[in-house]
Structures are given as C-alpha cells and as structure tokens.
Design a protein around this ligand. Structure first.
Ligand code: SF4
Length: 258
C-alpha cells in the first residue's frame, strides 16, 4: 500500500518506491555498460599503459585473453568511473589550450596518436603532444599525459610525484616517450573533487624505458609459447593478489589449473 497522502512514495512493507526506481534504472545502466564492454572483447596486444603492472603473470593472463574469475569483471559503477576520466581529460585539454598550449590530441583523420611494435603485439595510444606554448624552459614537443584522481590520491601525487605515487603511470610515460621519440612529458592530473590541477615535468629515462620494453617483449614471448611468467607472490593474500581478477585461477583456489 502506498501512502498517497505524504507524497513520499513509500511502499509499506517494502523498500521506498523511489529507491526501488533508482535501483532499477541503475541496474539497466550497469547492464548496458557491462554489455558494451563484453561486446568490445578483450585486447590481443599488450598496451603500454599496462607494462608497469607489478605482476608479470597477470600481464600474461591479460594478453592471452584469459577470462577473469567469476564475479571479477569490472561492474557498471567502475566502468562509469573509467568513462568519467575521459570527460575530465576533455576539460583539461580545453583549459590548457585556453592557457596558450598548442596541445594536439588527434590526427587529421580523428585517430589518436600512438605506436605499434612487435607486429602489433605491443601498442600505445597517447593522450597528446604539446607542440608549442608558454615557456616551460624545455624544447617542444612534449608528451602530454592526463589522469584524474580522487582528492586523497591527487594529494599524494602532488606530495610525492608520479614515480612514487603511481609507478604504473611512470612506466607508461617512459614507454610512450621511447616509442614516440619525445624527451619530456608534461603529466597533468585533475582532482575530481575540487577540480584543482597539478602538473609535473618528467624526463625520459632511457634505462627505465629499455627495461620496460624488454619486459613487454618477455610477456609477449611467453604468451606465444603458451607459458606463464612467475607470480609476484605465492600468497593469495599478497596485496597485489587480493584485488586481482585472476586470483582464483592463479592460486588454484578452486582446485583448478593456472
Ligand atoms: S593473483 Fe597475484 S600472482 Fe596471480 S596473477 Fe594476480 S597478481 Fe599475479
């Protein structure tokens, strides 16, 4: 029975009708996004943004297209978070251009700039290149990489710098600079809660880039040989494993094979 007098929409004995409506609509949205992701399929190449992942075995699973454990696929809420990152990126592009930076993000045909090597098994798509602008004390062009982060995470970035804050991102820009033949990167991160911006100049580190490139090749070779590189840990409760989508398979937690 609905309390029509209060106008609250409350259904006695059940969840409030307005909450049920929200849950119903959100369920539709989540299922639509999850369906889109499933239809897109998985990559059959190693993205440069993933090479700095701490666990080489996880990279093998990803490149081989190994199905994630049951229930471990990203749900609609996380997919919305990923997509919102693109919206923040578009805002940062507009703001930097307004400030006088000649930031190029697409080729004339609309494609992203990027690279492909090892017969297409290793690829990267960059956020952009700044070809001119206000004097930063460095020669143009600069690689441009963008991330959005929650307030707490963004504060850690400001305090510690990219290399300590997110070694994965540091590895990503080193590989991009290596393959795009750029010597510096302007790394921009926006605070999603306050819209504060922070920027860091990162220099190309040839030794780090070479080690990452060697790692990428080792992953591709092992996948082609249908082998797995070593786990980062034998303990399924290791901090890298706790949220890994291959945890059950990798550690034989269901008695199966890796
Ligand atoms: S469960 Fe741990 S060891 Fe296995 S792939 Fe994932 S991160 Fe690596």
């Amino acid at each position: 029975m609905i309390d029509l007098n209060s106008g609250s929409g409350y259904a006695y004995g059940g969840v409030p009708a307005r909450m049920a409506t929200a849950a119903f609509v959100n369920g539709l949205v989540d299922r639509a996004l999850e369906g889109e992701r499933a239809a897109a399929g998985c990559r059959d190449y190693l993205g440069a943004s993933r090479v700095g992942e701490p666990c080489a075995r996880r990279l093998c699973y990803e490149v081989a297209g190994t199905p994630e454990d049951d229930g471990a696929r990203p749900g609609g809420r996380l997919l919305r978070t990923f997509e919102a990152g693109h919206v923040f990126e578009d805002l940062s592009i507009r703001w930097l251009r307004a400030a006088g930076f000649d930031l190029r993000t697409r080729k004339r045909n609309g494609e992203q700039f990027g690279f492909s090597t090892a017969d297409g098994r290793i690829r990267g798509h960059i956020d952009g290149v700044i070809v001119n602008g206000p004097d930063l004390g460095l020669p143009w062009p600069l690689l441009w990489e963008h991330k959005s982060a929650s307030a707490k995470s963004w504060t850690d970035f400001v305090k510690h710098g990219v290399k300590v804050w997110r070694p994965l991102y540091y590895a990503q820009v080193q590989l991009y600079m290596a393959y795009m033949e750029l010597e510096h990167c302007l790394f921009t991160a926006v605070n999603k809660d306050t819209l504060e911006l922070h920027h860091e100049l990162i220099a190309f580190d040839p030794a780090a880039a070479q080690a990452l490139s060697d790692r990428a090749v080792a992953v591709i070779r092992s996948v082609e040989a249908r082998e797995l590189l070593p786990r980062i840990a034998d303990d399924p409760d290791h901090h890298c494993c706790r949220f890994c989508p291959y945890r059950v398979r990798c550690h034989h937690l269901d008695g199966g094979v890796a």
